[in-house]
Write a protein that binds this ligand. Structure first.
Ligand code: SF4
Length: 336
């Protein structure tokens, strides 16, 4: 893979929020909440990276930090070789033409006072004020058609559309500036299963036809399986595992990934009875009070004393791009 094909390289990105504890005294200092901790990954042109983890694992914060929508305290967000963290707001807005986002709640993410035609046209009006009249209408009609909406619906308001249609409006709005990358933050979580498949298929066809790259965030591994080339598993703001889709699903190595896999329903009750899945126990700890050592240790069936003392380093355990942060996998490799 040569450097020209690399779109995004996130290096040791760190996002911390200062949170005031509940019932705190007025003189109490805010406590740091590490939402994203030393996250690194790369994304190439035309590639889809799936990001999974339970709610509260830092997936959405990571997406917003990449976009510059929340401040990050350390690390780099290299977009086409340029660090977005070093740019001012005006420069960042310009780069965002090629770096768009689709949000989780389709209806809530669209302005209820604007027609869908105006919602889709808004980014074009902002970035290219010279495009107006018939040319603007043509572009909006074409993109509505491309995402499976009828252009004659452009004078309607978001509340007149179903959830799936609203998500298509959000995708059309993201596409109108011809981006290179779209970050989809749980774009199907709020949709019915049948509509989820339609939206995923739409994103896949757009990616194929337009050469788009996608970052696809979900809390469900079975959803990212259908769309991702690589999958990155996040736990409490840390990368637990990052591998190609084929490798991750064939050989999940981190105990957290294995637990997420076990939670995916298999349409074969016989197999489930023969091999009962090891379920993930307990709740996600508060990121304001992360466990020492390995952050997963309080829920990990393989945890040892050593896990509470040493933070596992994210390492390529195969030499072929299968990254895992677990002492146990390291030991297993040494025994082999
Ligand atoms: S480092 Fe220890 S606690 Fe963490 S995932 Fe590996 S075995 Fe479990």
């Amino acid at each position: 893979m040569n450097e020209q094909q690399r779109l995004l390289a996130v290096e040791n990105l760190q996002v911390t929020f200062d949170i005031m504890p509940r019932n705190a005294w007025p003189w109490t200092r805010p406590q740091p909440l590490k939402a994203v901790n030393n996250v690194s990954f790369t994304l190439n042109e035309g590639e889809t990276l799936g990001i999974v983890g339970e709610s509260g694992c830092g997936k959405s914060t990571l997406a917003r930090a990449i976009m510059g929508m929340v401040p990050s305290q350390a690390g780099k967000v290299m977009w086409l070789g340029e660090d977005l963290r070093g740019l001012n707001l005006k420069q960042l807005r310009k780069r965002r033409q090629r770096l768009q986002m689709v949000f989780q709640d389709p209806l809530a993410s669209l302005s209820p006072r604007m027609t869908v035609g105006d919602i889709i046209a808004e980014p074009l009006r902002t970035h290219y004020p010279d495009i107006k009249g018939a040319e603007l209408r043509e572009k909006v009609d074409a993109i509505m058609d491309r995402v499976g909406l009828h252009p004659h619906q452009k004078n309607r308001y978001p509340h007149e559309f179903s959830g799936g249609q609203c998500q298509r409006v959000g995708i059309a709005r993201a596409l109108i500036l011809e981006p290179k990358l779209i970050i989809c933050d749980e774009p199907v979580s709020a949709l019915d299963v049948s509509v989820q498949a339609q939206v995923i298929n739409l994103l896949k066809s757009l990616q194929r036809d337009m050469g788009l790259s996608l970052i696809f965030i979900a809390h469900d591994l079975s959803v990212v399986k259908h769309i991702s080339d690589r999958v990155m598993v996040l736990y409490l703001g840390n990368v637990a595992e990052n591998a190609t889709r084929a490798e991750l699903f064939a050989n999940p190595r981190h105990p957290y990934t294995q637990a997420l896999m076990a939670a995916v329903p298999i349409p074969d009750p016989e197999r489930d009875r023969a091999n009962p899945p090891a379920e993930l126990e307990g709740d996600l700890p508060s990121p304001m009070n992360s466990p020492s050592g390995c952050v997963f240790r309080t829920r990990c069936p393989l945890a040892t004393d050593y896990c509470s003392k040493e933070i596992p380093v994210l390492e390529d355990k195969t030499g072929a791009g299968h990254w895992v942060a677990c002492h146990y996998v390291e030991r297993e490799e040494k025994l082999n």
